[in-house]
Design a protein around this ligand. Structure first.
Ligand SMILES: [Zn+2]
Length: 126
């Protein structure tokens, strides 16, 4: 096993595997150097979630890690749509937004990675 010590953008250092083809290793190291370490990323995203109003996800760590970007994408989409909504539709978008923030089932988010907004919107009169 070959290792390289790299410094993340947060200033923490980590030992990264340097095994594999040169191009792959270079990419892996470049990506690590451009990102925060796992612990800082987790801290920021938890803090971020509180700020945005997301509830804690329920599921295994792996499910939660998968579900997190999906629900963030869903919220971004709804916010983008809401900006173009007519005055009369604003309340419906607010309800939709709340449902995204409060849906805590990680498995549900993974299952509906592509149609979460549509599924939730079905129950709301838009
Ligand atoms: Zn860090």
């Amino acid at each position: 096993m070959f290792w390289r010590i790299i410094t993340h953008t947060c200033g923490h250092r980590e030992r990264i595997s340097a095994d594999g083809p040169y191009v792959v290793v270079e990419q892996r190291i470049r990506r690590a150097e451009r990102s925060m370490c796992d612990s800082c990323t987790g801290h920021v995203s938890r803090w971020d979630n509180k700020l945005l109003g997301f509830c804690d996800l329920w599921g295994t760590q792996r499910q939660c890690d998968k579900a997190e970007p999906i629900r963030r994408r869903a919220l971004n989409r709804v916010d983008a749509l809401a900006r173009h909504a007519r005055i009369g539709e604003r309340d419906a978008f607010a309800v939709l937004r709340r449902q995204i923030l409060h849906r805590d089932d990680a498995a549900w988010w993974i299952e509906h990675r592509d149609d979460a907004v549509e599924i939730l919107a079905q129950n709301i009169e838009l």
